[in-house]
Design a protein around this ligand. Structure first.
Ligand code: ADP
Ligand code: MG
Length: 603
């Protein structure tokens, strides 16, 4: 067959496969163009999750009529930077408009500031129309309709309208954090509107105000400042205290030299900084700026994805982990001790001087609610209800009378069980304190520790796959996995290198049951890339042990006999790590007699 050059439309569609993954990528490209054009006001309208319509209007520099055909032609850009290490615009490839035009119906209308009349050009499925005069305000409007009409296969991959609409909001919020002085509005029948008013162009203030707009008003009072520098790399911004977290990582914003990025290394470093401070499935919030010499970072990694490549990833990672940890430590919000230390303050007494209220991060006394405070004035009819409520709340443990517990137990660190209250809390007494144990949390931890030590005692059994599974992955990942293959094998995961950029999995840990081997391997590679820990499989297995423990534990609500309660206390004393549950919360709290006496004004 003769060799020929691919037609332009096909070339553009191939590029579109990379650049235009979903409607949110269209929004990203168009808003970035508006920002590059110096817009101060950007209006975005979508319909059908961006699949039927995306329209972006800006008040930026505009495009001259005779340049409209160039704007939609491949590899044509007004953003040429001599030094690839010094790219100061968001775009630089000249690929977005032709790519979008090849898979959708695109209309580009513009009027530069210095001209009277505007003009427009249309591209439908790659067919470029003529330039026509068109009325319009100063600036540019790009309208994209029927995305992927020209590539039905791609259309099939679109998620629900709602999911696409949400992804678009996320893209806009990310760009908005980087450009606080620009007004953004996002509207459409497919969404709740977003309107971000402009703030001061530079300086911390405007930036903080925009972060507050995007991350929510309760972020600032629950955040700590991060500011550090290492070998010329500067990190600044704010992150949430460990007590303030979310179910996903969408509220994490990273900017590298002012460019919003979504990067595995950065996200992994942030996660690492909170490693033992947050429950496993919760995520911190934050907005972090990395400033680094342009020659030490490559933003040119992927046309659409927002990841970057650092020349010295270890340096950046170490800087983030170190600086965030230090900021958190400085703010004094380390988890479990805080819960106990603040406890005495959380008790409210009739004598206001008796206890100083603990301050939560937001400056309000912790747990203070005037409507339910026991110190509030009595209301008519209240006394009756309150007294029955109190009786119901205190249920002495079955068969337990205080004097039945052997006195010797008072010397044990967790003391002698005296009662079980609210079906889940064991109240015990030591020589000088009152202990309250969360029985479910405590038991869960004990089972977990038992499973873990059983796991570590010997090499774990594996299960041989009928057909070895080939997993393709980036070469660095494959290499990193291979470096730990012995540890993995001991834990029942057997694999070997399979040429460049792939591994072949032969066995998986039997205790994991039927699993998606390639997902396990990829997750492990991700985690290795993030944390670099050698004991990763162990952590994975810990996760398995942890969820098994959770299923097998005494539920809250089960009545325990005194012997059972005391047995639990003795086990807790014997097992290291039993002071916190598998999710990092405390399993017991201690209230010193001295503090109790202080609360009653006896001291
Ligand atoms: P790139 O942004 O990489 O240059 P694009 O295909 O996104 O490539 O855009 C091509 C060119 O069209 C840009 O370089 C710019 O000159 C022009 N352009 C696109 N959108 C706008 C806009 N909103 N305002 C002004 N010029 C624009
Ligand atoms: Mg662009």
């Amino acid at each position: 067959m003769p060799i020929r050059q691919l037609p332009e439309t096909i070339v553009n569609r191939i590029a579109a496969g990379e650049v235009v993954e979903r409607p949110a990528s269209v929004v990203k490209e168009l808003v970035e163009n508006a920002l590059d054009a110096g817009a101060r006001r950007i209006e975005i309208v979508t319909a059908g999750g961006g699949l039927s319509l995306v329209r972006v209007t800006d008040d930026g520099a505009g495009i001259a009529a005779d340049e409209l055909p160039l704007a939609v032609a491949r590899h044509c850009t007004s953003k040429i930077w001599a030094d690839p290490g010094d790219i100061r615009t968001l775009g630089f490839r000249g690929e977005a408009l032709p790519s979008i035009g090849s898979v959708a119906r695109l209309r580009l209308r513009s009027r530069p500031a210095d001209t009277e009349h505007g003009a427009e050009i249309a591209v439908e499925g790659g067919a470029v129309g003529p330039v026509r005069p068109a009325p319009g305000n100063r600036g540019t409007t790009v309208e994209v309709r029927d995305l992927f009409f020209a590539t039905p296969a791609r259309l099939k991959f679109a998620k629900s309208e709602r999911a696409e609409a949400t992804a678009i909001t996320d893209v806009v919020r990310r760009l908005a954090v980087a450009f606080p002085h620009v007004r953004f509005s996002l509207n459409g029948a497919d969404r709740s509107p977003l309107d971000l008013s402009p703030h001061a162009a530079d300086g911390q203030e405007g930036w903080l105000a925009r972060v507050a707009d995007v991350l929510g008003a309760d972020f600032a009072p629950n955040a700590v400042a991060v500011d550090a520098e290492r070998e010329g790399v500067r990190l600044s911004g704010h992150v949430s205290i460990p007590a303030f977290h979310r179910a996903n990582a969408l509220q994490q914003h990273f900017l590298v030299n002012g460019r919003p990025v979504r990067d595995r290394l950065l996200a992994g470093a942030l996660r690492g900084a909170y490693a033992d401070l947050l429950p496993r499935d919760r995520h911190p919030l934050g907005a972090l700026f990395v400033e680094i010499d342009g020659r030490d970072v490559d933003v040119n990694v992927h046309p659409a994805k927002a990841d970057v490549r650092f020349r010295d990833p270890g340096l950046v990672r170490g800087l983030i982990v170190g600086a965030v940890r230090e900021a958190l430590a400085r703010s004094g919000v380390r988890a479990s001790s805080e819960a106990t230390d603040g406890l005495a303050g959380a008790f409210r007494t009739q004598a206001p001087s008796a206890a100083k209220p603990a301050r939560a991060g937001n400056g309000r006394p912790a747990g203070f609610d005037p409507a339910t405070s026991p110190s509030r004035p009595l209301e008519p009819g209240f006394g009756e209800e309150a007294s029955t409520g109190w009786r119901a709340a205190f249920e002495p443990a079955a068969d337990l009378r205080a004097d039945e517990a052997p006195i010797a137990l008072d010397h044990a660190p967790l003391g002698a069980a005296r009662a079980q209250v609210h079906g889940n809390y064991i109240v015990s007494q030591t020589e000088d304190a009152l202990i309250i144990v969360d029985q479910h949390a405590a038991h869960e931890r004990l089972v977990f520790e038992a499973l873990k030590s059983a796991l570590r005692a010997r090499a774990l059994p594996s299960q041989v796959l009928l057909l070895p599974e080939i997993v393709d992955l980036p070469e660095e990942d494959a290499e990193r996995l291979a470096a730990h293959s012995e540890t993995f094998r001991r834990l029942g995961l057997g694999f070997e290198r399979f040429g460049p950029g792939a591994v072949m999995v032969r066995e998986t840990p039997a205790m994991l049951g039927e699993i998606d081997a390639s997902k396990l391997v990829r997750d492990l590679a991700d985690a290795l890339a993030d944390g670099g820990d050698a004991d990763l499989v162990e952590k994975k297995l810990d996760a398995v042990a942890s969820s098994m423990a959770c299923h097998g534990s005494v539920r809250a609500g089960r009545r325990l006999k005194p012997e059972e309660m005391n047995a639990l206390l003795r086990q807790m004393e014997a097992v290291p790590g039993s002071g916190t549950c598998n999710h990092g919360r405390p399993t017991f709290i201690e209230l010193k007699l001295a503090d109790i006496e202080r609360l009653f004004g006896r001291r």
